[in-house]
Ligand binder design. Structure first.
Ligand code: MG
Length: 383
């Protein structure tokens, strides 16, 4: 049995009042869409993932997905139903046995829920994960209560909704002109048997700004393994070299000697990040003996360490850097360094701290022979 997940990400998400559609919002270091996609990519029962996108969001999509291996994205239509139909028609060129249609804005779909949906397909052509009601349900006329609804007869629909591919494609073609609320509504109308499996409260849809905050809390709750790493580095001054410090070029009469651009600040920071995840030191990842790293920007070293943290499903919480030298003065460049490091690590600037100090003319930094840097990084990993 081949199963493809079709992720619907073509909506504009006006209700969150964000400047980008909610599925592309980064929450705790990863976009909502990417979390949804990874839930299916990582599942052994799923053979491929295809995302339906708004043509205008292609850059956001590419940035969000990075190097994940997905089927090519499909342009959406005017309404959600048109987007799903476009996705299904595209998959029909090499039809799977089963399709799971999922809202991109539900990033917390669990592996267990995906299993329940796939298993239930042995009982019906269509499967709907839904939540039973625990509160009493009332009928309203304005703000007057006019009756009650038997809550045992009601459930709230979620996704992924799971179907025999040929049947749901046929239903979408047949009811193309009519607007129905979701894909199981089409399935019902087409006479397919639809069964319910238990949904999950965590599998909520991010719709409002309050939902974004709820999602952030739900993610950070799971990143409870808090690590601290420290790094230290020294480079000597040398003639006829540019001075790179904290990711920016600083006008100075000398530069720093080294194999790469010798950015002592980024090296200390890179070692702090590696230290937090127990991944050795900078020399393990970028041996000075390797000609590939000669003269390279230290941006590369820092972003490599950040990528290793992201691979572990972690996030950087904060970095704190101290530069030790008599000159140059750090304060005129602090904001530019902070901005550059925040950009490289994809952090807000309030999570990046830069400090400068001297050793009161004592020692090698005091004699102006070089610059030393110390860094501490706080990293959150999944437990
Ligand atoms: Mg170094």
């Amino acid at each position: 049995m081949t199963a493809i997940a079709l992720i619907v990400a073509a909506g504009r998400g006006a209700r969150t009042k964000m400047d980008i559609p909610k599925q592309y919002l980064e929450i705790a270091g990863k976009s909502v869409l990417r979390r949804s996609v990874e839930a299916f990519l990582d599942h052994p029962g799923i053979d491929g993932v295809c995302v339906v996108i708004n043509e205008g969001d292609r850059d956001l999509y590419e940035k969000s997905i990075g190097n994940l291996s997905l089927l090519p994205p499909v342009p959406g239509g005017a309404e959600r139903q048109d987007s799903v139909r476009n996705g299904l028609e595209n998959l029909a060129q090499s039809p799977p046995d089963v399709v799971l249609i999922h809202d991109a804005a539900r990033p917390f779909v669990s592996a267990a829920l995906i299993c329940r949906c796939l298993d239930a397909l042995s009982r019906a052509e269509a499967v709907l994960p839904a939540l039973r009601m625990t509160d009493s349900l009332k009928v309203l006329d304005g703000d007057s209560i006019t009756g009650a609804i038997d809550r045992d007869k009601i459930a709230a629909a979620q996704t992924p909704q799971c179907f025999t591919f040929s049947s749901i494609l046929e239903a979408h073609r047949r009811f193309a002109g009519e607007t129905l609320t979701d894909d199981t509504s089409l399935a019902e109308k087409a006479g397919m048997a639809v069964v319910m499996v238990e949904g999950e409260t965590e599998n909520f849809k991010i719709t409002t700004a309050a939902d974004v905050e709820k999602a952030r809390q739900q993610i950070t709750r799971t990143l409870a393994d808090i690590r601290t790493g420290q790094g230290f580095d020294v480079h000597a001054f040398a003639e006829n070299r540019e001075l790179w410090l904290g990711g920016i070029k600083i006008p100075h009469d000398k530069g720093l000697k080294g194999h790469s651009d010798a950015d002592v600040a980024l090296h200390a920071l890179t070692d702090a990040l590696l230290g937090a995840i127990g991944a050795g030191d900078i020399g393990v990842h970028f041996p000075p003996s390797d000609a590939r790293w000669k003269g390279v920007s230290s941006d590369l070293l820092l972003t490599h360490a950040a990528a290793l943290i992201a691979e572990k499903g972690g996030m950087i919480s904060h970095v704190d850097l101290t530069l030790i030298c008599e000159s140059p003065k750090i304060s005129p460049y602090r904001d530019a360094m902070r901005n550059r490091i925040a950009t490289l690590l994809d952090l807000s600037e309030d999570r990046v701290s830069i400090k400068g100090t001297t050793t009161e003319k004592l020692g090698f930094t005091g004699r102006g022979e070089g610059i030393a840097a110390q860094a501490i990084a706080t990293v959150r990993l999944p437990e």
